[in-house]
Ligand binder design. Structure first.
Ligand SMILES: Nc1nc2c(ncn2[C@@H]2O[C@H](COP(=O)(O)OP(=O)(O)O)[C@@H](O)[C@H]2O)c(=O)[nH]1
Ligand SMILES: [Mg+2]
Length: 403
């Protein structure tokens, strides 16, 4: 992405923000001396150079009137809590269309500013509780979301459910977040369920999920549940976007559990053994004991919170209210120690770097000089004529030489 391109996005942000909100801008400017003057999505408030601010706000509006109207309509609808506006906004962040992608960033920046304002008013407390739910297919994630989701809307919360499903990228069909196990929740006016997009890379799905979280929060959803299957890297991606990461394990031994990666158990703030009902109670207890002792041996993620292993049944509802209490307790501990805020700040950085990685790679791959050299170098590497290291160096050289 060339500086001019960066600026063009910045202008939209500036243009749109200056009309409706000055806070967004204050958060979005970096030092003018920096080579590429990135708009940062950083949430930490810093004093910015006024001249930069003025310079950028001068570049008002190459948004067309139609685009401005669209953004205003989406923003007002979203903030007003209208589901159709939320759905349309998420579709906008999921788009591959370059111009619409830019519009999505302008919208997001405004929603972020709105959310920050809300957080400031509530004394820095995050407006929403983000919970990641992971586990092997069939663990009972969707059934659990249906039960806890209903319980939470019953308590007056607004719950959104988002799905990250890398398998849907390849198979084109997503079972996750589908509404068959969430029949009641999907009819609940205080719940919003969004299946995983069925195209794109895991990186792309991760980005749009992160952005969808922001949009859901802007629309007033105070609990955001992100469901993912234990496939590939998706669990790690989800662990990097939530306040609390919950691993759900079915009460079956052997093969089914072997798929659960050790690394992901380390990420878990809570392990939930599901289906603890009927004849499954005994194996559920056994798994609970196994995980409790396994957790003791693992590296601790937090100074104030020891991961716990609990049992629930979505069928009988047993253990679900207690589980929610535990989750609230976690949130309180993490908030009062400041760890939650630090976790979120770190996540913002991780998110930024994963975007850079994805975009930088795409930029590299699409670069004309790289594309011209690539086929020959690839075939020479394949037949062992030159080393992969040398080929990579040569490609990077043509890339940087022709910038
Ligand atoms: N006995 C029992 N079965 C359950 C429970 N929760 C889910 N199941 C069953 O487990 C299967 C997988 O559930 P699902 O929620 O789709 O799992 P997911 O793939 O992790 O989302 C379904 O056949 C459910 O009926 C439970 O609490 N008790
Ligand atoms: Mg499911």
């Amino acid at each position: 992405m060339r500086p001019s391109r960066v600026f063009s996005i910045l202008h939209h942000v500036a243009a749109f923000s200056s009309i409706h909100s000055t806070t967004a801008l204050r958060h979005s400017l970096c030092k003018p001396s920096v080579n590429l003057r990135y708009a940062s999505l950083c949430t930490i408030q810093q004093t910015r150079s006024l001249s930069t601010e003025t310079a950028i706000s001068h570049h008002i509006s190459d948004l067309t009137d139609r685009e401005k109207r669209l953004l205003t309509k989406l923003y007002d609808g979203l903030i007003g809590g209208r589901r159709a506006a939320l759905a349309e906004s998420i579709t906008l962040v999921e788009t591959q269309h370059p111009r619409k992608k830019e519009l999505a960033q302008v919208l997001l920046q405004r929603v972020l500013a709105f959310r920050q304002e809300q957080e400031r008013r509530s004394g820095g407390k995050p407006v929403a509780f983000r919970v990641g739910l992971s586990g092997p297919p069939g663990a009972g994630k969707s059934s659990f979301i249906e039960v806890i989701g209903k319980m939470l809307t019953g308590k007056g919360h607004k719950v959104s459910v988002l799905a990250v499903d890398p398998s849907s990228c390849t198979t084109g069909g997503s079972l996750m977040g589908d509404k068959t196990r969430m029949t009641e929740l999907s009819r609940d006016m205080n719940a919003y369920i969004r299946p995983s997009p069925t195209s794109g890379t895991l990186g792309g799905v991760t980005r749009t999920t992160n952005e969808a979280i922001v949009l859901c929060e802007g629309a007033g959803y105070d609990i955001v549940l992100v469901e993912t299957v234990g496939v590939g890297q998706s669990e790690f991606a989800v662990a990097d976007m939530v306040d609390m990461f919950v691993l759900l394990i079915p009460p079956a031994g052997g093969d089914e559990l072997q798929g659960i990666k050790r690394g992901i158990i380390e990420m878990a703030d809570l392990v939930v053994v599901t289906k603890s009902d009927g004849e499954l109670v005994v194996p559920a207890r056994k798994i609970q004991a196994e995980y409790t002792s396994a957790l003791k041996l693992l590296r601790k993620k937090s100074k104030v919170w020891k991961p716990k292993v609990v049992r629930i049944s979505s069928q009988t509802g047993q253990g679900v209210p207690e589980l929610w209490e535990t989750m609230l307790h976690f949130r309180e501990e993490m908030l009062s120690s400041g760890e939650l805020q630090v976790r979120r700040q770190t996540q913002q950085k991780v998110w930024m770097w994963s975007l850079i990685q994805e975009n930088a790679l795409r930029h590299f791959q699409q670069h004309p000089a790289v594309r011209a050299e690539l086929p020959e170098l690839e075939s020479r590497v394949t037949c062992g004529e030159i080393s992969p290291g040398l080929a990579a160096d040569l490609l990077l050289k043509v890339f940087t030489d022709t910038q």
